[in-house]
Design a protein around this ligand. Structure first.
Ligand code: PHE
Length: 362
């Protein structure tokens, strides 16, 4: 073997590498040079026939060729990879300035829409959104809300009980969003100002009750909040939600174990001609519709939540999201909410891009 042979071999291999225009072609070149039956490998095998100094020199020269070819293959591979990436990026580019497709088909369910509307209103007042589990333990759903085991209020909740995993009381599907009050108190310090929208469950079914429904809860705890704040907050919410600035709002004494005092909240309506309409129709005895429960947080509830009731106080209220959705958007039967009927959704649903906000309007 002579020196020119080797430099010729190197030149021709490097030329092949340079002209490889795909990763497959490059791999073929690699195999033909460095593979078991490759040109360089063949030369290596031939070294055994040489002896002494000649063998050493030829071996070193071959190694240099091998290194040069390997380096060239590495560089070529990097270049081909870069080209492939460029091509892919160019191909997958999304033009974010394009207008949305006109054939946007889906609609938001009224429950989603109304939840967003509530969040927009309460968000403007400084509330943040809190959540809790649908499967709740007896303590959070009842006991910590001042509803001990034999309390008659437990019967009123038509509770779904689950099989107990051990000898603790059976877990329940939460009957209201009020357990989120306790969970929030357990995990955060006052001042607290949260709303908790979510699914709730009671064993009940007719035109205005479904076994699964939705509530939104509000909780405020700090050192100074009093009943005046509760009333102002609820009145502002009702008028903003129904978009009726002079909507009458009435507070009626009531009872909940977890608030003291407790009030039910009525809003103005008319039932004339058998049709229910929300608004200011005068203070007639028949012109009121109950929409939520409210009250000042009971000191025992604060205590269960780990908050000192001699220092802190606050208010809470809760209402049915489905119910206020029916009232606002004139949907007569609650059961239709959960039929998953696409025609119903087209009729009562909302365009997903019209996000409710206090600035743009609900
Ligand atoms: N949890 C009550 C219900 O489901 C509503 C409520 C919440 C009442 C908070 C007072 C305070 O009926």
């Amino acid at each position: 073997m002579t020196a020119p042979d080797i430099s010729e071999l190197q030149e021709s291999l490097l030329a092949e590498v340079a002209s490889a225009d795909s990763l497959d072609a490059l791999e073929a070149v690699r195999v033909s040079a460095l593979g078991k039956k490759g040109a360089i490998t063949a030369q290596m095998k031939g070294l055994g026939a040489l002896d002494g100094e000649a063998r050493k020199e030829a071996g070193q020269a071959l190694n240099r060729v091998k290194d040069a070819v390997q380096a060239a293959i590495g560089a070529r591979q990097a270049a081909l990879d870069a080209v492939a990436l460029e091509a892919r990026l160019a191909h997958e580019t999304v033009d974010v300035t394009l207008p949305p497709r006109p054939r946007l088909e889906g609609h938001l369910h009224p429950v989603s829409q109304v939840t967003e509307e509530c969040i927009a209103i309460f968000g403007e007042m400084g509330f943040t959104v809190a959540e809790g589990p649908d499967i709740e333990d007896d303590f959070h759903n009842f006991t910590a809300l001042n509803i001990p085991p034999e309390h008659p209020a437990r019967q009123m909740h038509d509770t779904f009980y689950l099989n107990p995993p051990d000898d603790r009381p059976a877990p329940v599907l939460r009957t209201h969003t009020s357990p989120v009050q306790i969970r929030t108190m357990e995990t955060s310090k006052p001042p607290i100002r949260i709303i908790a929208p979510g699914r709730t469950y009671r064993s009940d079914s007719d035109a205005t009750h479904t076994p699964m429904f939705h509530q939104i809860e509000a909780l405020v705890v700090d050192e100074t909040t009093h009943m005046g704040h509760l009333k102002g907050c609820i009145i502002d919410f009702c008028r903003a939600f129904f978009d009726i600035p002079d909507l009458p709002v009435r507070f009626r004494p009531s009872h909940f174990p977890f608030t003291e005092p407790s009030m039910e909240v009525d809003i103005g309506c008319s039932r004339e001609g058998g049709e229910l309409r929300i608004g200011n129709f005068g203070e007639g005895a028949d012109n009121w519709l109950e929409i939520m429960g409210s009250g000042m947080v009971h000191p025992k509830v604060l205590e269960y939540g780990g908050i000192d009731p001699t220092k802190y106080q606050g208010f809470a209220f809760g209402m049915g999201i489905d119910r206020i959705a029916m009232l606002k958007y004139g949907i007569p039967d609650l059961r239709t909410f959960f039929d998953a009927d696409i025609r119903w959704l087209r009729h009562y649903g909302f365009v997903p891009l019209a996000v409710p906000s206090m600035v743009r309007g609900l």
